[in-house]
Design a protein around this ligand. Structure first.
Ligand code: ATP
Length: 351
C-alpha cells in the first residue's frame, strides 16, 4: 500500500509512556495534522517518523517498505522545526542549497534548484541576503524551501508557525497549504492549535493521553467528535451532563427533556455528556418551555463586534450561544430568554 503506515507504534521513556497503540494510514499527497494538548506525544510521534527517535514497539512503513531501521539522513524527509534552524551567517541561497550540497549535487544543479525554489516562495530578489536580515514570514518560507529542496517524500513540520504573531501566522497557514497542494507533497504538521489544524489539514489526528482519540476530516471531527475529550478540545462547545431517557430523549439536571438523535450505543438510564456548539443555539424572546425550547436567564453577555456571546442558565446547565449582531435580540444580564437547541445539533457522548 502506498503512503505512510504506522502499526502499533509505541514509545516509552523508561516506564513512562509517551505514545502508544498508534495505528494510522497517511495517504499520499495529503496534509495530516497531529493535534493535541501539550505532552500528549505529538512531537515524539513525528520524531519517530523522521528517524530521530527509536520505536519501543511497532512498525513504520513507507510505500510498503519498513523504514524503522533506516537512519534519518537516508529517509529523504524534509523537516521544519519551531526554531526553523536556519544558518544565520549564510545567505538565503546558501541556506536553501545546503541539503543539496550535502548530497553532492553539482553547483550548477544547486543554483538551478535554488532559483526554482525562490520563485516558488516569491523571494527571487533575496538570494544573497543573510537570513538574519529577513522578516519572520520570509524566514519561514526559506525554511520550507530548504526542507523541500531535495524533493523529499515526506514533509514534516513541527509547530513551524508558533513563533509568529497571529496575523502573519494566519497568512502563512494559507500559504503553506497552497504550496503543499501545488507540490502534492505528503505533509505532517504538528500543532496544538485547533484552528490551525482546521484551516490546513485534509486529515486531523487528535491525540490525547498518549494515544489517538480520533482520525477524520476537520469537519467530521468538529461535527461528530468521537468522545468528550475530542468534543472539548476541538472548537468551543457546550458540554453538559444528561441522562438517557430512551426514544431519542435525554433529561437535563433541571428536569427538562431534550429530543436528540437516537444513539444505539447508549442505554436508558445511562449518564451521558451532551455537546451543542454555540453557533447552533438560537435565542428568542421568552416563551414557555416546549420541545427543545427552554426558558432561561442571561448570566453573561460579550459583544465583540462580529459576534455576540451570550451565556444563559437553563434547566440546571449553563449554555453559551454565539449570534451575529443582526441575530441579536438586545439582551442584558438578568433578562429572561428562550433557548432553542435543534435536536440535530445535539451530540450524545458517553460520559
Ligand atoms: P508539546 O506540544 O508540549 O511539544 P507533545 O504533544 O509534542 O507536547 P512530546 O514532546 O511528544 O509531547 O512528549 C510526550 C511525553 O513524553 C511527555 O510526557 C514528555 O515529557 C515525554 N518525553 C518527551 N521526550 C522525552 C525524553 N527525551 N525523555 C523523557 N521523556 C520524554
Amino acid at each position: 500500500m502506498t503512503g505512510l503506515i504506522l502499526e502499533n507504534v509505541e514509545k516509552y521513556y523508561g516506564a513512562a509512556c509517551a505514545v502508544k497503540d498508534v495505528n494510522l494510514h497517511l495517504p499520499e499527497g495529503k496534509l495530516v495534522c497531529f493535534l493535541g494538548p501539550s505532552g500528549c506525544g505529538k512531537t515524539t510521534l513525528l520524531r519517530m517518523i523522521a528517524g530521530l527517535e527509536t520505536l519501543s514497539g511497532g512498525e513504520i512503513r513507507l510505500d510498503g517498505a519498513d523504514i524503522g531501521n533506516t537512519p534519518a539522513h537516508l529517509r529523504n524527509f524534509g523537516m521544519v522545526f519551531q526554531s526553523l534552524a536556519l544558518f544565520p551567517h549564510m545567505t538565503v541561497g546558501e541556506n536553501i542549497a545546503y541539503p543539496l550540497k550535502l548530497r553532492g549535487v553539482s553547483k550548477a544543479d544547486q543554483q538551478a534548484r535554488v532559483k526554482e525554489l525562490l520563485q516558488l516562495i516569491q523571494l527571487q530578489e533575496m538570494v544573497d541576503r543573510p537570513v538574519s536580515k529577513l522578516s519572520g514570514g520570509q524566514r519561514q518560507r526559506v525554511a520550507i524551501a530548504r526542507a523541500i529542496a531535495s524533493h523529499p517524500k515526506l514533509l514534516l513540520l513541527d509547530e513551524p508557525l508558533s513563533a509568529l504573531d497571529a496575523k502573519l501566522r494566519e497568512s502563512m497557514q494559507v500559504e503553506i497549504r497552497q504550496l503543499q497542494q501545488r507540490l502534492n507533497i505528503t505533509t505532517i504538521l504538528v500543532t496544538h492549535d485547533q484552528r490551525e489544524a482546521m484551516t490546513m489539514a485534509d486529515i486531523v489526528v487528535v491525540l490525547g493521553e498518549h494515544r489517538i482519540q480520533q482520525v477524520g476530516t476537520p469537519i467530521e471531527i468538529y461535527r461528530h467528535p468521537a468522545n468528550a475529550f475530542v468534543a472539548d478540545f476541538i472548537g468551543s462547545g457546550n458540554i453538559f451532563p444528561a441522562i438517557a431517557l430512551g426514544d431519542g430523549k435525554v433529561g437535563l439536571p433541571g428536569g427538562d427533556a431534550l429530543h436528540v438523535p437516537i444513539c444505539s450505543s447508549i442505554v436508558v438510564g445511562e449518564k451521558v455528556k451532551m455537546l451543542v456548539r454555540p453557533e447552533d443555539l438560537q435565542l428568542s424572546h421568552p416563551q414557555a418551555s416546549a420541545g427543545n425550547r427552554l426558558l432561561g436567564k442571561v448570566t453573561f453577555v460579550r459583544d465583540i463586534g462580529a459576534t455576540i456571546e451570550t451565556t444563559v442558565e437553563c434547566s440546571g446547565v449553563s449554555l453559551t450561544a454565539l449570534s451575529t449582531p443582526c441575530q441579536g435580540i438586545g439582551l442584558s444580564i438578568g433578562n429572561p430568554v428562550s433557548v432553542t437547541i435543534p435536536s440535530e445539533a445535539c451530540r450524545v457522548l458517553s460520559a
